[in-house]
Structure formats: C-alpha cells, structure tokens
Design a protein around this ligand. Structure first.
Ligand code: GLA
Length: 729
C-alpha cells in the first residue's frame, strides 16, 4: 500500500520506493503539509516544527488569542486566500456576495486503487506500474467552494502526481481568478532553482540560481507552454550535482498559459505554487460545476541524473501513448531546409529518390504544399493540395514515394488561419481577434478560436479527411505564433477569461479524437521549433521538433537543457546543411550526425547537393542509427559534462537497459592548444562486467566508472566522437 491513513493522528502518508510524503489534518481541520523528501521511517513528521508566535502573522478566529497558530507560517497542501496567509496562494476567486476570501478545511478523503484521470486534460496513466490515488476534499462553507486534491502515487516509479478540482457547492456563481494545480511547501532547507528559459531557436537553456527572499515567477502568457519558460523547474540543494543531493522536480503537464511561483518567505520557508496562469484568467464556476486543473508530475531524487531518469521513464511509459510509444521511429527526411516554399513534384521526388537509396524510411513534406502557399503570408486554413506544385495530385506523389519503399508524412498548421485564405474570407469570426481593434499579426497569420465548437469540428474534420484520403503515416503538427487578442465571438463577454484554457481543452480533444481514429499515425509536435515542448503535448505526439535551430553546436545546449525533464526519444533532431541556415556555422557531417542521432533522428537538407563521399557517410549514419536506436530511445541517458564545462565540450552517454552496451558521445566546442585530452568518468555500467572499448582495449565497468576514460585528442572545428562500449564478459 503506497497510501495510508492513520486515524489517531489524522495523517495521510504517501510512499514511493525512495520518497515519503506526509500531510496531517489538524484539530481545526486544516490540511497541513508535513514532509516531502527522501524516504523516512518516522510516521509522524510533525516533530521538526516548533510552534511559536511568529509576530505580525494573524491567527484564525477559532484560535482567538493563540498567537502561535497562523496560516501565514503554516505549511499547507493547498492554500486559502484572503484570510491571513499572505504568501503566494493556490487559488483566488470572487464569491457571489463580492467577498474574495476562503479558508478550506478537511471534509473527507478516499483512497482508490489505480490512477485517477482528469476529464478533458492529459495526465499520467497507469501502465504496468501499479498506482494508487488519494483524493482529499476540502471545503469552505461560506464561499461555497469545494476543492478535491488528487494525488497519484506511482510507488515503483518514485513519482507522485497532483491535480485539483475546484467546484461550486452553492447556488450562485463564483468567479475563479486563479486555479493552481498544487502548492508544495519545503519548510526547511536552502535551495537552488534550475529553470529552462529561452527564445525561438534557443529553447530550454538551463539556468541555476540560488533562491533569494521574494517571489520567483516562471510563466507563459503566450497561449503556449513557450520557448521562453518551460513548465518545468527543479529545486535542489546548493551542493547538488548530477550524482547526489536532494533534487525536487515539478513538471506541469499543460501546453497553454502556465505559472510557477516560488516564494522564499520571511521565515526562510519555500513554497511552490504551480498551475494555470492567472494572467487574464477568469472562470465562471456555475453552481454544481467544477474546473479541473492540469496535472503536476513530481519527484524527489538523489542527484540530477536520477531525477532526469525518473522523468524519462514516466514520460516514455506513462505519458506517451500509441503505436510509436516504444517502437522504432522511422528515420525521416524533411524537405523544409532543402526547399522552403520553392517545391514541386519533380524536386520532391528527386529528394525522395536519394533519401530512399540511403535507407531513409519516411519522407516528410513540410510547409508549402497547399494552394496559394507561395510564402508564409497566405493560405493557412485552406488545406487543399496546390495543383501548380503538385500537378498530378498529392495522391500520386505519395504513391510514387511509397513505391520507393518510403512512408509519407505531411506538415500541417491546423490551428492557424491567414487573412488571405478562403477560410478567413468565409469565417472572419473564427479567428481570435478583439472587437474594434486591429489584431497583432505574427508571421502574418491569426489563430483560430478553438474554443468554438464549429472550429473544433472544422479542424478535426480537415485532419481526419486528409488522413482518410491519403496514405499518410506521420503528421508534423505546427503552431507558429503566440495567442494574442484572445477574444472569442462565441463567448459572452464576462466569460472571455475562460477562452485561453478552453482553447487547450478543445485542442486536446481534437488530438484525442484523431489519435483514437488513426492509431497508427505518428504525430510530431512543433511550434516554431520547440515552443510547445511539454508533457501535455507528449501525451498525443511522441516526439516534438526540439528547435528550429539545427546547428549542432547550438543544439548541444538545447538538447542538454531538454534532457533534464524529457526523454531523448521525444527530441526531434535532424542533420542539416553546412553552413547552417540559422547560425551560418560550418560543422563536420560526423558532428551533425552524432548530435542528431541522440534524438528522434532525421535529415533536413538537399541531398542532391552533397558529394558521393557525404552521401556514403549519411548511408552509414542511417544504418548506425537503426542499430543504436533501442539504446538511444529506451536506454538510460547520462550527462557527462556540467553546465560549467559547456564552454569547452559536451559529453553524454547512453546505456542499454541491460547495461551490456553504452555509447559515449563528445563534441569539442572549443579545442584548446596543447591541452590535456578530455577525461570523463563513465556512468551506469555494470561494475563487474568486462567491456570492449571501441574494440581498442578491454576494461572493467568499475574502472571506466571510477578511474574514467580519456578521449583521444580532438582538434579542428567542432570535432565529435561516439565511442562504442560493448560488454564482452
Ligand atoms: C516552423 C517549423 C519549421 C517549418 C516551418 C514551416 O518554423 O518549426 O520546422 O516547418 O514552420 O513554415
């Protein structure tokens, strides 16, 4: 049993293999948080708390003059609001009488076998790993708000999930103004925050900073999880390294506006509140209705590597679904960087021909295939093949590609509309634009109002028709601008604050319907590269185009940052041309191959411009990837270089689940004259096994991990190496 209730002390205890989580219902019915951290054998973790008058922190009325009891200093599972806890709150609302306060007390709880799911939202599911669910219900009878706190406990995975359901228990409307998924208190300890910020073409750059007193906010109000702030954060000991130190991970499984607030308060206590962004949010909670929040995936691990391994495992096995979850992902060629909009059947077939001869398995036709799409100023919304570029039709193109032994994939950007499109001319009110105001344009396009039922149906039908009519086995689902001017013409004005979230409820439903109807189609997510790289999307699309930046050297930090939370099987990565189209940098083909082969692998360049030597090298890379893919996608991933070393080199390692094979990768970003060769300690091997290192020499796992491995000296511009380590005994 991973969830226990101890009636005498009012404690609820959650346990995973190596962590404990404790909460306690106190004598007044407040749900106190006691502990989350490495496993402890003590059942009552209230002992570290000393109760004393905190000075200038008020006391609940029930306590009258007992000044030692204050919501302002008490660790809580989900906060009240407006009644004397002055720290960041989990929830805010305007009640029917105009009051803006509520104080939640325990009503009941239940423990259920299996993992809860969340209506309308993606969530971690129970697949093979046995899970249990705890639901604790809190209520405020004056505000008439009831909150159900959901906890999913995956004992063997060391994962706890959290979500909340907020409902109106009264007879009048309540206006929700903030609805977070969780509040997590870390009352003791000093923490560094590692977060993943970025921009278009430079996503998920890790930054590690010690928390200072005040509130740290990581959020996106862009209508997408965003290039700028990924909905994932780590709090760790100041001393924590890859290998040791307490590290907490918090990942929101949501693709829209999100917010994480981390407050280090006056008493040196840390509170994390994570969930939907409250920016422009206002939700009409009618009597007897409820709002479900997105899910947070939590873990507490010893060291950053262990933390990442847990996220990789849970995402691979319990978030991603469908036929491609753990099976081979086809090596693809995408025509975007080879042709951009300047495409036609002849060019496409010539590229496909070359690709097929190299062993590439999937041909992806990117943007520009539909009528009037000569550049990015027009045609989004009109998903009809362009007869000028494809005079024999899309069908015929696909047939010819299939005849070469390749599968066919198609790019779409279904959530968008161009002003210059038949769709917009017919339905200008289907775009998100505010009345009497010219909307912000981005890439000269607008976003469709997915909160409208007709738009929902239109998008579903458009994609369903394409997938039914043509032999398409892969869809690249793009999303190339943020949401602005968020106003729906089908929503009454007081409820406009619901539109941004309703957009995502609709999007998830479209994806749900499509993945159910077309279970064998591989979806790859994309949003100007990696602008919507989150666990919510990964529930539908097993891989996501990680960045529009295909320069392998830029990719090193992008993929390094992404690896903290997301498995490499989810990281779309392609070999592109040199000089690189985003940075102008020249890099060796071998380096481009090694970097891209660490993800969901493919090519995105004009193969017809390459020499025979380069084509032969690509043929070898493709064959190599097919051979190593099980280790790259389903093995364990280790970062061998730290954020500090990244100015000089990046090294990383894959180890097969059986520990019988490992791939050690290095890219030198700044070769130094007469420097000592780079030396790393390998990880994750079997200490007692004997390994052959690149066929050069044999060595024990313990030596490679304890004494380490020295790379041969690498010189020149951005040299790279992949060392193959195979168990011989
Ligand atoms: C986005 C994607 C690219 C490409 C273009 C097409 O930028 O990230 O990979 O598909 O759109 O317009």
């Amino acid at each position: 049993m991973s969830i226990r209730y101890i009636e005498e002390t009012g404690q609820l205890i959650l346990e995973t293999r190596s962590t404990s989580y404790q909460m306690k219902i106190d004598s007044l019915g407040y749900l106190n948080h006691l502990y989350y951290g490495p496993k402890v054998e003590t059942t009552d973790m209230s002992y570290p708390y000393r109760i004393y008058d905190h000075g200038f922190s008020g006391n609940p009325y029930d306590m009258r003059n007992n000044r030692a009891f204050s919501l302002d200093s008490m660790p809580q599972e989900y906060t009240s609001f407006g009644v004397g806890d002055f720290r960041v709150s989990s929830i805010a609302a305007s009640c029917s009488d105009g009051s803006r306060c509520a104080e939640f007390r325990y009503e009941k709880h239940e423990i259920i076998d299996g993992k809860y799911s969340i209506p309308g939202l993606p969530s971690v599911y129970d697949s093979g790993a046995v899970a249990q669910t705890l639901i604790v219900t809190l209520i405020d009878n004056a505000a008439n708000i009831r909150i159900k706190l959901y906890y999913g406990v995956f004992e063997s995975l060391d994962i706890i999930t959290r979500a909340a359901e907020i409902s109106n228990a009264g007879y009048e409307i309540v206006w929700l103004r903030k609805a977070s998924s969780m509040c997590l208190e870390l009352p003791f300890g000093k923490w560094d925050m590692i977060h993943f910020h970025g921009r278009h073409c430079m996503e998920r750059q890790p930054e590690r900073v010690p928390l200072f007193h005040g509130i740290h906010t990581l959020s996106s109000g862009r209508g997408m999880s965003s290039h700028q702030h990924n909905p994932f954060v780590i709090l760790c000991d100041h001393e924590a390294t890859e290998d040791s130190g307490t590290c907490y991970g918090m990942m929101l499984m949501y693709s829209g506006n999100h917010k994480t607030e981390i407050e280090l308060d006056q008493f040196d206590s840390t509170r994390v509140v994570m969930g939907l962004s409250d920016d422009r949010f206002r939700w009409e909670l009618a009597p007897n209705t409820s709002l479900h929040t997105p899910e947070v995936i939590l873990t507490c691990a010893d060291g950053l590597t262990e933390l990442s391994h847990r996220y990789h495992r849970v995402i691979r096995n319990n978030v991603v679904r469908g036929a491609y979850k753990l099976s081979h992902r086809p090596v693809l060629i995408n025509n975007w960087e080879a042709m951009y909009f300047d495409l036609n059947e002849e060019k496409l077939l010539a590229l496909a021909d070359k690709a097929a001869s190299l062993g590439i398995e999937l041909f992806v036709l990117d943007d520009g295939w539909f009528k009037n799409r000569v550049d990015d100023n027009a045609a989004l919304g009109d998903w009809v093949p362009d007869e000028k570029k494809l005079p024999n039709g899309l069908d015929s193109l696909i047939e010819k590609i299939n005849a070469k032994g390749m599968k066919f994939g198609l790019w779409v950007e279904p959530e968008m509309v161009s002003e210059d499109s038949d769709l917009y001319r017919a339905h200008p009110d289907w775009a998100l634009t505010a009345p009497n105001r010219a909307p912000m344009m981005a890439r000269n396009q607008l976003v469709l109002d997915l909160s409208r039922q007709e738009v929902h149906e239109y998008i579903f039908n458009t994609l369903s028709d394409l997938l039914s009519k043509y032999n398409i086995t892969y869809i690249k689902w793009d999303f190339n601008r943020p949401l602005s001017d968020v106003y729906s013409r089908s929503t009454p004005s007081p409820r406009q604050g619901e539109v941004a979230h309703r957009y995502y409820l609709s999007l998830y439903k479209i994806y749900e319907r499509l993945t159910e109807k077309f279970p064998n189609v591989l979806f790859e997510g994309c949003a100007g590269g990696g602008g919507r790289f989150d666990a919510g999307m990964l529930h539908y699309a097993p891989q996501i185009w990680c960045s529009d930046n295909t320069d392998p050297i830029s990719r090193l930090t992008i993929q390094y940052g992404t690896s903290f939370g997301y498995p490499m099987s989810s990281v779309g990565a392609h070999v592109s041309a040199t000089p690189n189209h985003q940075t102008g940098r020249l890099t060796p083909l071998s380096t481009r191959g090694i970097v891209a082969m660490s993800g969901a692998f493919g090519y995105e360049l004009d193969l017809l411009k390459l020499s025979d030597g380069e084509l032969a090298e690509i043929k070898e890379q493709v064959a190599r990837f097919k051979e190593i893919e099980p280790i790259v996608h389903n093995g364990l991933f280790y970062r061998l270089s730290s954020m500090q070393e990244s100015g000089h080199y990046f090294a990383w390692q894959f180890v097969s689940p059986e520990k019988d094979r490992s791939l050690v990768n290095i890219v030198v970003t700044n070769p130094l004259a007469n420097s000592t060769p780079i030396h790393v300690r390998l990880k994750g091997l079997d200490p007692d096994a004997l390994y052959s290192v690149d066929g050069e020499f044999e060595c024990s796992g313990s030596a490679l991990m304890k004494a380490g491995y020295t790379f041969t000296r690498l010189t020149g511009d951005y040299p790279a190496l992949q060392v193959d380590i195979k168990q011989v005994k």
